[in-house]
Design a protein around this ligand. Structure first.
Ligand SMILES: Cc1cc2nc3c(=O)[nH]c(=O)nc-3n(C[C@H](O)[C@H](O)[C@H](O)COP(=O)(O)OP(=O)(O)OC[C@H]3O[C@@H](n4cnc5c(N)ncnc54)[C@H](O)[C@@H]3O)c2cc1C
Ligand code: FES
Ligand code: FES
Length: 498
């Protein structure tokens, strides 16, 4: 059973297919056809809806793609669709702005844009152009063009929160959501079942009892099996309600991230220690996908072109895996075995991702450098052709340690072993880098596909290493010149794209 608020109305559903997406539920069950289907795969944003959720007792709104969201994810949340924005006879300020700025022609994309703008107006009332671009990057418009839409969104920017009907009803909404029990019975229809555990213990026990079940977190990979490949998933275990896997905390040495953390929520902590990780997350899919997709899902999906694995490998991250009561830790570079094959056993799942903090180099002459580069055909909402990550320790111009990892270069995200060997213990200069580039080309036999040819992949991976070297040198020189040379700092740079 799922219980949620459809705007302000409490809904209980028992007789819905657990494989149904929120988009299909809205359109075919509720006959609310304002929410549109464009691609059915998270790429166009036409199906954007907003989910209200209590986070630490406070109501938080997020835009998500309803075409990728299974109905079971609605449990305990408020679902707001484009039909809910009009207040009596008045358009919502976001809708009015789009009218005033002529931001709609055929109108097919418009409900999706409206919902992204609505979420932005709730989360960042004083949004600037960058915020607007970020929030709309997952919405495609084929006929109006983006300028009037961006202008409409910017016109709403204000230093005051938006006082609309949702703000007026906030206390009431919070009280209604608080009343929904987080524990709920499974959603069952025919041979299809979806469980919604609320603790890690419960999840571990359920997964042992149903080893063939599929775990679903954000669903931004898994839902495609249903929407694109028309497969039926008999047993789903929806992990989004497992609160103890939706945390991020720091120890003296590590950043410990629960596998369920949406990528949007990983940003602040990762960007603080590793700014390039933050830049990469900005380039990861779209805001709707990042609001939903989790870091655990990205790792467990084991795609050779997943964006976080190369960075996690370079940073020497570990995974805490759990099966029943048994817990083990594995180095992330040992997790991926072959194409989409991992060391995870039946009924085992990722509980945490543990990332070492930058080395404390206070008492020696080492410098740690971390950079990451994502190559894709466009800056937003595009999967990598190649993603490279470099984590080096340099002492007195000698490479003391080098971890080099790539996605898009092999069947799994993978370290460049020969390249690393050609670097460690050598002078950190151009001759070493050029020799390591030769080895790097030997490390991988990439494939050609529609994203990039094998020759392009190989060449650009080598050039990323050269770029890392040149940028790091420039940075160090400029630090020396400004007499502001910090011997124990982490140097990072903006993730690039072509
Ligand atoms: C439009 C679009 C753009 C995208 N762009 C990018 C991109 O730029 N970069 C990128 O890397 N990816 C991208 N993706 C892929 C996807 O968004 C990410 O891989 C995301 O992190 C998956 O997380 P999720 O929570 O949605 O996983 P889900 O879809 O819920 O699950 C993915 C897999 O992981 C398993 N799983 C989930 N949680 C666990 C767990 N705790 N333990 C064990 N197994 C688990 C599931 O069973 C499933 O097999 C994109 C997807 C879409 C639709
Ligand atoms: S229909 Fe295109 S993103 Fe959902
Ligand atoms: S108005 Fe036609 S697709 Fe945007």
């Amino acid at each position: 059973m799922i219980t949620f608020l459809l705007n302000q109305t409490l809904k209980r559903e028992t007789n819905i297919s657990p494989n149904m997406t929120v988009l299909n539920y809205l359109r075919t069950e509720l006959h609310k056809t304002g929410t549109k289907e464009g691609c059915g795969s998270g790429d166009c944003g036409a199906c954007t809806v907003v989910l209200g959720e209590l986070v630490d007792g406070k109501l938080q709104y997020r835009s998500v793609n309803s075409c990728l969201t299974f109905v079971s994810s609605l449990h305990g949340k408020q679902l707001i669709t484009v039909e809910d924005l009009k207040n009596k006879q008045s358009l919502h300020p976001v809708q009015q702005a789009l009218v005033d700025f002529h931001g709609s022609q055929c109108g097919y994309c418009t409900p999706g844009f409206i919902m992204s703008m609505f979420a932005l107006s709730k989360n960042k009332p004083s949004a600037d152009k960058e915020d607007v671009m970020e929030s709309l990057a997952g919405n495609l418009c084929r006929c109006t063009g983006y300028r009037p839409i961006v202008d409409a969104a910017l016109s709403l920017s204000s230093d005051q929160p938006l006082l609309d009907q949702f703000a007026e009803l906030e206390q009431q909404t919070t009280a209604k959501l608080e009343k929904i029990e987080s524990k709920t019975a499974p959603l069952v229809l025919g041979n299809l079942t979806s469980f919604s555990p609320t603790t890690t213990d419960e999840l571990a026990e359920l997964y042992e009892r149903h080893p063939k079940a599929k775990l679903v977190a954000g669903g931004t990979d898994l839902a495609l099996e249903v929407t694109q490949f028309h497969r039926e998933i008999e047993t789903l275990i929806n992990v989004t309600g497992v609160a103890d896997m939706k945390t991020i905390r720091e120890t003296e040495q590590d950043i410990v991230i629960g596998a369920n953390m949406p990528l949007s929520d990983c940003y602040a902590t990762l960007a603080k220690y590793y700014p390039d990780f933050g830049h990469l997350l900005h380039r990861f899919a779209s805001l709707q996908v990042r609001n939903q997709g989790t870091i655990g899902g990205n790792v467990a999906n084991a795609s050779p072109i997943g964006d976080t694995p190369p960075l996690l490998i370079a940073l020497n991250a570990r995974l805490k895996l759990r099966k029943g009561q048994q817990v083990r830790e594995v180095q992330i570079d040992e997790y991926f075995i072959n194409y989409k094959v991992t060391v995870q056993q039946e009924s085992e799942f990722i509980e945490q991702i543990i990332i070492p903090k930058p080395d404390d180099l206070e008492n020696n002459n080492d410098q740690q450098f971390f950079s990451a580069y994502k190559l894709s055909k466009r800056i937003d909402d595009d999967i990598s052709a190649v993603c490279g990550a470099f984590n080096f320790t340099i002492e007195n111009d000698v490479v003391v340690d080098a971890r080099v990892a790539f996605g898009g270069m092999a069947a799994t995200p993978k370290r460049a072993d020969l390249c690393e060997k050609a670097l460690i213990g050598k002078a950190w200069d151009k001759a070493t880098v050029e020799a390591a580039m030769v080895k790097l080309a030997e490390d991988f036999e990439p494939l050609s596909d529609f994203r990039a040819s094998k020759e392009y992949r190989s060449k650009t991976a080598c050039n990323m290493l050269l770029r890392f070297f040149l940028e790091q040198q420039t940075k160090v020189m400029s630090q020396q010149n400004s007499n502001n040379f910090k011997q124990h700092s982490i140097e990072t740079r903006v993730t690039s794209y072509v």
